[in-house]
Write a protein that binds this ligand. Structure first.
Ligand SMILES: Cc1ncc(COP(=O)(O)O)c(C=O)c1O
Length: 407
């Protein structure tokens, strides 16, 4: 791809100019969290310098200005995922909180003893533990759809697990440990054929794929701002309006009410019913700036550049003897998980760090995935819009030199 503005993009991310252990930083830990463009950093500085006050309650100018910027950010998120209404965009702390919200609000109000929640074998702990907690609380049952050794969901088995008892499907759009992209449109169609709502965990997919919640027809979609080049501490729960209207609030407090007396409380309408307390005001506005930045480049342009990076990295990695790629789904996002014969992933991570290369080593909050592949951990390089082919060369060279010295 010749027209991709990689030099300009790299220049927009000041942290990429850092040296780590006297070497240029090669940041390949994007699946854990992405770096921030200057536009996002500037937005935070601007809000705190010129536009900051608490929102929604104020009659003074600054509060109205902050409220305006905050609600504009909500509109940017709405547009980014093509939700039908701003009422369907709930600000939370991250994907984790969004899933807990659905589990505790939708789950506790709609599910009963013996009802089933269907997840997949490749879920992040954030899409396992909240459902286990719900199951313990109400006597529901957690079912797990299996995958094959390439890390692909077994769709027929998934469909066979959709029964009269299934009351919710909660599945990742893209696996953080493997990179697998699930056939979410087919999943939604199969579940809806049985009137089962679907939650998609979009924490990994959102920075890499065009997401259109209306086209997907999913019932809930969750993601975190910090993986989308935005600030940490903010995330989004998208939910279809009718479902959200029927759900009770998750937390009580200021801002989520219409009227309070000691006898009873009347809740606010959507989306405020689910936004108790003072939110992360500047960070949400910063997320809006991140979305502007992405839109300027184009998510499809980013996606095809990252697909090239992944293909290149995979091809290079496959040539290394003793390197095992964990996760080889036909549909994959820009994540390369691997192990090396005779070198523990933590040692890989530490040794690559000495070369200025940041990767992640561990279970990636997906212990069942590690169990499935019978490995204690993997090393994971994950690519973002600002990574380059040269950085992949540095990674591959680093891995080869590790093997020479320790393998
Ligand atoms: C697939 C997936 N789901 C959920 C999460 C949780 O995101 P957060 O920690 O930002 O809430 C992550 C984070 O790595 C993830 O990769």
């Amino acid at each position: 791809m010749t027209s991709y503005p990689i030099e300009q993009i790299r220049a927009d991310f000041p942290i990429l100019r850092e040296k780590i252990r006297n070497k240029p930083l090669v940041y390949l830990d994007n699946a854990a969290s992405c770096q921030k463009p200057q536009a996002v950093i500037d937005s935070l500085v601007h809000v705190y310098s010129h536009e900051y006050a608490n929102i929604h309650r104020g009659v003074h100018t600054l509060s109205m200005k902050a409220t305006d910027c905050f609600e504009t950010a909500r509109e940017k998120v709405r547009g980014f995922i093509n939700a039908a209404s701003h009422k369907e965009i709930i600000l939370v702390r991250g994907a984790t909180e969004a899933i807990n919200l659905v589990a505790q609000s939708f789950g506790r109000s709609q599910l009963q003893v013996g009802d089933e929640i269907l997840i997949s074998a490749m879920e992040h702990h954030a899409n396992i533990v909240p459902w286990q907690m719900l199951c313990e609380q109400i006597g529901a049952v957690l079912k797990v759809a299996p995958m094959n050794l390439r890390g692909e969901l077994l769709l027929d088995e998934f469909k066979a697990l959709l029964t009269d008892k299934t009351k919710l499907v909660a599945i990742t759009h893209m696996s953080n440990a493997l990179g697998s992209i699930n056939p979410v449109a087919e999943i939604v169609t199969a579940a809806h054929a049985k009137n089962i709502p679907v939650l998609l965990d979009g924490a990994q997919a959102i920075p890499h794929l065009k997401v259109d919640v209306q086209a997907l027809d999913c019932d809930f979609y969750v993601f975190s701002g910090h993986k989308l080049y935005g600030p940490s501490g903010v995330g989004i729960l998208y939910g279809k309006q009718a479902l959200l209207e029927a759900m009770p609030p998750y937390q009580g407090g200021g801002d989520m009410i219409r009227k309070v007396t000691f006898a009873a409380t009347e809740y606010a309408g959507l989306p405020y019913k689910f936004e108790a307390g003072t939110p992360a005001i500047a960070e949400f506005i910063g997320l809006g700036a991140a979305i502007d930045y992405i839109n300027q480049i184009g998510i499809d342009t980013i996606a095809s550049y990252e697909a090239e990076l992944l293909a290149y990295a995979t091809e290079q990695a496959q040539q290394i003897k003793g390197l095992n790629i964990i996760g080889q789904a036909a549909e994959k996002g820009s994540i390369l998980s691997f192990t090396l014969d005779k070198i523990h992933p933590h040692d890989i991570g530490t040794m690559l760090d000495s070369l200025g290369i940041a990767i992640r080593a561990g279970h990636h909050c997906a212990m069942p995935v590690m169990d499935f592949y019978q490995v204690p951990a993997t090393a994971r390089a994950s690519f973002a819009m600002y990574n380059t082919h040269q950085e992949i060369d540095v990674l591959i060279h680093g891995i080869k030199s590790l093997i020479e010295v320790f393998g």
